[in-house]
Ligand binder design. Structure first.
Ligand code: TXA
Ligand code: MG
Length: 337
């Protein structure tokens, strides 16, 4: 594996925040921190009571395994066994970065963070503050996205505060998330790599490096909680529409008395008056970066319905289309927001 790249040095203020965050983590606290994908809600992955606090704060079922964040790929052998050559190649190519690999867990290690499974999801994030924190704390950090269970992931410190308020001991502010959707999760336990969640590393890039086809796992009773059909649900009703149908659909919704917002790469010029037009994403990467912020803007605007046009399902567009489909899926409790 390639030697880890040293993170750029944080400013004095950032360094003080990192030191405070590391101390809190070491004493069993909860710290929200920035990553390149979304903000994470971190706890010492080797400290069982600390890990339990994550589940309480999020309102997340305790059998959901958490991603464990490492300072560098050099640490993998401490936490995982049977690491295949394909896994080695993927980690070397994409770490630090938005890739989580699910590997065989080293017996006796990290069982609290993995809900007792014999596998563990590991990732080295590509964000200077996250890397500085992970290096300072010197333990692996379990961190799901820093939102309440089933809610939209936060891509800024302000969004974390809105989600978790005082349930978190400290929020490190690292600015808006650069990638904006969660990491790609690849399970590498058997002969065929499995895509558990599309994310910040395009599937095509992973297949190139793996030199193998990656099998896509269909939505089902969650292997990955991000795979629950209605995960990432905003409180506004999201409806996916084709670009060419936007104007008609908006009119029909308004005729039913619904207020409407639109999120689309191209804004049609025949939208009816009164529709809230959210800033259009420039391309798939921009769509990924702004998606969760736009979903929150639709909530904040208080509209009844968000009509969204998905990007084509290639490259980063695959993760965006996936999250939009989940945001639009009916909730298991039948609740329509
Ligand atoms: O980009 C990300 O991955 C962000 C940032 C904070 O790193 N984290 C994130 O965590 O999205 P979370 O907990 O919201 O999603 C983690 C996903 C869950 O769907 C979980 O089921 C899956 O990873 N996961 C973790 N360990 C696993 C394992 N051993 N086997 C299968 N799935 C696993
Ligand atoms: Mg999440």
């Amino acid at each position: 594996m390639a030697p880890p790249t040293p993170p750029p040095s944080p400013s004095a203020a950032e360094a003080a925040g990192v030191a405070q965050a590391a101390a809190l983590l070491r004493s069993g606290g909860l710290v929200a921190f920035p990553t390149e994908t979304v903000y994470g809600l971190g706890a010492d992955a080797t400290n069982e009571p600390a890990v339990r606090r994550i589940f309480t704060a999020k309102g997340r079922p305790e059998d959901h395994p958490l991603i464990v964040h490492l300072a560098s790929g050099a640490d993998v052998a401490r936490w995982a066994v049977d690491v295949s050559p394909v896994a080695e190649r993927l980690m070397a190519a994409f770490w630090p970065g938005p890739l989580t690999v699910v590997l065989r867990r080293r017996p006796g290690q990290l069982s609290a963070a993995t809900g007792g499974r014999d596998s563990v999801g590991l990732r080295v994030p590509d964000h200077s503050l996250a890397l500085a924190l992970l290096a300072a704390v010197e333990v692996p950090v379990a961190a799901p996205s820093a939102n309440r269970f089933g809610r939209v992931s936060p891509t800024s410190a302000v969004d974390v505060r809105a989600e978790l308020g005082d349930l978190v001991d400290l929020i490190l502010d690292g600015g808006p998330s650069r990638v904006g959707v969660e990491s790609t999760i690849i399970e590498l336990l058997g002969p065929v790599p499995l895509l558990l969640r599309p994310g910040g590393v395009p599937l095509e890039a992973i297949e190139d490096v793996a030199g193998a086809r990656v099998e896509q796992v269909l939505v089902g009773p969650a292997r990955a909680s991000g795979m629950l059909a209605s995960h990432y649900a905003p409180t506004v009703t999201v409806e996916l529409v084709a670009g060419g149908d936007l104007a008609l659909r908006a009119e029909a919704m308004q005729a039913r008395g619904c207020s409407v917002a639109v999120l689309a790469p191209q804004t049609p010029n025949d939208l009816p008056v009164g529709v809230t037009v959210l800033a259009p994403p420039a391309d798939a990467a921009d769509y990924a970066r702004c998606l969760y912020r736009r979903l929150r803007e639709a909530e904040e605007a208080g509209v009844d319905v968000l009509l969204a046009v998905a990007p084509s399902s290639q490259g980063l567009g695959r993760a965006v289309a996936d999250r939009l489909a989940r945001a639009a899926a009916p909730r298991p409790d039948g609740h329509t927001p």
